[in-house]
Design a protein around this ligand. Structure first.
Ligand code: DC
Length: 227
């Protein structure tokens, strides 16, 4: 039997990390974990419960009230994020959450809370996780690390297409501003900033289709799994 590995996919917002990770998980029969969904669900909880996240004590208290779980949905054929037993997979994609998530994800206590759970998910390997610090902090020993990137304009266009289907009132300017702000905060924060791990493979998919990106990374994974 071929060995099981951990594949860590990091990179900028909207460069296709989750599409890549989902398809690879299907191809290899691996578990896919969208770590960003965890930060989004925590943000949703903070917003709904008016948690002042600049107050450390309030954050610690709130985190004790939060239970996060990924539950597989046969209809959508994907694991969906549940916050305190409520399916929040769709509501966490809202721009209201996206506007605050980078601030919440920069908090030390929040990161500790999420990273501990992420590391437990990797105990048995056979896992693909995407995020910002997976190859650097969560799984620094992952057998395959990918750092995905694409030109800004291409990323804005991709996210616009995705969100416009759900909300036709959304503008390209709003999306652009949100992506730029998140990239800035995610890569400049003190705690686990977004950066390429030294041993990560850089994949720039500006001029690649989703299929080409998947094929390229699947080939790299197969080389490691069958070595
Ligand atoms: O992947 P995403 O866009 O759904 O992530 C939402 C936010 O969560 C992103 O702006 C930064 C943060 N994040 C993080 O700090 N670390 C991760 N491993 C994943 C996401």
């Amino acid at each position: 039997m071929s060995k099981k590995i951990i594949i860590a996919i990091d990179g900028w917002s909207s460069c296709g990390k989750s599409t890549l990770a989902k398809e690879l998980a299907k191809e290899f029969g691996y578990l896919y974990v969208d770590s960003g969904a965890m930060y989004r669900a925590i943000t949703l909880y903070f917003l709904r419960n008016h948690v002042d996240w600049t107050d450390k004590a309030e954050v610690k208290k709130a985190l004790k009230e939060i239970s996060l779980e990924f539950i597989y949905n046969e209809k959508s054929e994907q694991s969906e994020m549940h916050l305190n037993e409520e399916n929040v997979e769709y509501v966490i994609r809202d721009l209201v959450v996206a506007e605050k998530v980078s601030d919440v994800a920069a908090i030390k206590e929040v990161r500790k809370f999420a990273v501990e759970q992420q590391q437990l998910m990797g105990k048995k390997k056979g896992l693909i996780m995407d995020g910002r610090d997976i190859g650097t902090v969560v799984f620094p020993k992952a057998e395959l690390k990918i750092f995905l990137t694409a030109d800004n304009a291409v990323r804005v266009e991709r996210r616009f297409k995705e969100l416009f289907e759900k909300n036709p009132n959304i503008t390209i300017e709003e999306i652009k501003a949100n992506l730029e702000m998140r990239d800035y905060i995610d890569s400049n924060r003190e705690e686990s900033p977004l950066r390429k791990a030294d041993d990560a493979i850089l994949v720039d998919n500006t001029n690649m289709t989703a299929k080409e990106t998947i094929q390229k990374v699947a080939k790299l994974a197969k080389q490691i799994i069958t070595a």
